[in-house]
Write a protein that binds this ligand. Structure first.
Ligand code: PAF
Length: 281
């Protein structure tokens, strides 16, 4: 596996591959990799001839009170995991090269970012779309793979690609869970043993949402109330939001009459965790 740090070098390599007609697959990450990331890599390997994984903790997508400094990092471990997956290139740019003095150009998807995480993390998606577009321009992929755990992010990226006519196929990949159902996340590492038990309440709440709907409750107000009470029965939890939205437009619905995305953000101790599932009527 080749390690590339320099933007020009990555662009040159991608350009050479493209000239040879090689299909490039890309998995952007912020590192501290887990099985969820590796599942994206495996999908990219199936769909492309060369696979690039980037590791970059993007300062632009963290708010001033968020965990940019504390975000877990272990580049050496990440490299070993990617090597074992036979990734072709790991791209690890420096923040100084990504955002040099004078940087002032941003990309924003305006509507899809208003609700869910966007409502609580101002500027977050602007940071995500800006860095992802930059990475696309550097890695020049034909396809890029994103996890469905960050469902809103996936939809926002798809919108950006469509709106800006980028010639890149965006592939969504299913959520990878621990044996007991907890969605894999680099932030799970913040959890103490006791908090880890409470963190399972997100997954259980999604299952409960489906059970409630199966039992005939379709009213979203009632569903939200029941789920919030359920999660708060678990110590160290604080619900940030529970939303039921149209999976395409991300607009809130009042009744679960069609397949509906239930999305949650919950603080468990200091860890802000998210999860989601499609609830069927
Ligand atoms: O999902 C992530 O890890 C990040 O938001 C991404 C897509 C790598 C952009 O920094």
């Amino acid at each position: 596996m080749k390690e590339v740090k320099n933007i020009k070098e990555m662009q040159k390599l991608a350009e050479e591959w493209r000239k040879e007609g090689i299909k490039i697959g890309f998995v952007p990450t912020m590192g501290f990799l887990h099985e969820g990331h590796l599942s994206l890599v495996r999908i990219a390997k199936k769909l492309a001839q060369k696979v690039v994984v980037s590791i970059f903790v993007n300062p632009l997508q963290f708010g001033p009170q968020e965990d940019f400094r504390d975000y877990p990092r272990d580049i050496e471990r990440d490299k070993k995991l990617l090597e074992a997956e036979e990734v072709d290139v790991v791209f690890i740019p420096e923040a100084e090269e990504m955002y040099p003095q004078g940087f002032q150009t941003y990309v924003e998807v305006t509507e899809l970012t208003k609700g869910l995480c966007g409502a609580f993390r101002p500027g977050h998606f602007k940071g995500v779309t800006t860095v992802v577009l930059k990475l696309f321009n550097i890695v020049k992929p034909h396809i890029a793979v994103f996890g469905e755990k960050d469902y809103q992010q996936l939809m926002v990226i798809k919108r950006m690609v469509k709106d800006l006519n980028l010639d890149i196929e965006i592939v969504g990949a299913p959520i990878v869970r621990e044996k007991d159902g907890l969605a894999m996340s680099s932030r799970n590492t913040y959890l103490s043993e006791e908090e880890r038990k409470s963190a399972l309440s997100l997954y259980k709440a999604l299952q409960k949402a489906q059970e409630l709907v199966n039992s005939g409750i379709k009213d979203v107000k009632q569903l939200k109330e029941e789920l919030k009470n359920f999660i708060h029965q678990h110590p160290y939890t604080k619900v940030q939001y529970i939303e039921f939205v149209n999976p395409e437009t991300l607009e809130s619905v009042e009744k679960v009459d069609n397949p509906t995305l239930c999305a949650l953000a919950v603080f468990v101790g200091k860890a802000r965790l998210i999860d989601n599932a499609i609830i069927k009527p």
